[in-house]
Design a protein around this ligand. Sequence first.
Ligand code: ADP
Length: 353
Amino acid sequence: FVSAKTELYRQAAVQNKDPPSLSPQNGARSVKVPSFSTPYAKSVSFNKTEDEEEERDGIKGIDKKLVEIIENEIMSTKKTMKWDEIAGLKTAKEAINYAVIAPMKRPDLFTGIRSAPKGVLLFGPPGTGKTLIGKCIASQAGATFFSISASSMTSKWIGEGEKLVKVLFTLAQRKAPSVVFVDEIDSLLSARTDGEHDASRRIKTEFLVQLDGCRESEDGKTVLLIGATNRPECLDEAARRRLTRRLYIPLPCDDARRQIINDLLKDQQHTLRSKDFNALVKGTEGYSGADLNTLCREAALMPMKDISLDDLEVGQMPAIDVEHFKSALALVRPSVEKSEIVRYEEFQKKFGC
Ligand code: ADP
């Protein structure tokens, strides 16, 4: 009976339906299945001791090795991060501040329709600061940060993916408030195809089941899922429905590019003047934050090419000049195509909020 119910519960999660109400079978007591957000263990009144024990211990019966892996590789040690470390993105930052961080900080004030969203989707070109935003939300909300790439769930953790997802959410709940940041979420929650691998399907099912049962910890603290993707159109309807705040993270505007370049050069010797910066900002239109990072690194290496390292003292590094940037610009091209931007803007118009 229990496994039949679990199966129905899972199917409902995958098919994006309400959970089923079961009638008694084989003399079992009638069990009213409560709302989707109630963890399964709480709804079953028989086999009480085991359920109560699991509830009390949180991770009882779960592979301790996986807990260790998550704590070492997925859960990040606290690093304080401020919004001004992320250039541009004023609209997204504002929306996140009042609609996500404030309710996470004060769940007692932000209740009902004011409560924190269940999930946030950050979509846009690669290298535009989605991961930085995830970290910053966790830091600003005083939350534990878990970061995993969806593709590693299906490749790196072969055979362990389902268990990993389970332990991940259990830990997130225990260490709430938490942010679970899933990069490339499209590869986990994409519209299903006929050729979909069985293992991936099982991980996806487990992910949805855990997500629906793990909105918050028992003391009301938030467990927030942040999904990042550069293929938002691949997400299925079930995923979109759960990621209620969908924010476009575009390529950096002029001012943002200026800030990123400035920040990258601030501790370097250079001879760039204001007019050179202006030209650089203009010449890097279409570059992502990550592209700018690569560009500045390349420019910074240029003056090192023709000198003997033996003669060089620390603190006497040659200055980076305009010519170095010109050469670097010829080598480092923007990684995002214009046609991709159209895709994001269309998704933004249709589903962004
Ligand atoms: P994404 O998750 O969108 O692929 P990341 O957040 O991982 O991109 O950013 C990659 C790198 O690019 C960052 O470590 C940072 O050096 C740089 N970067 C990207 N966007 C920004 C931004 N808005 N402000 C400052 N640096 C940025």
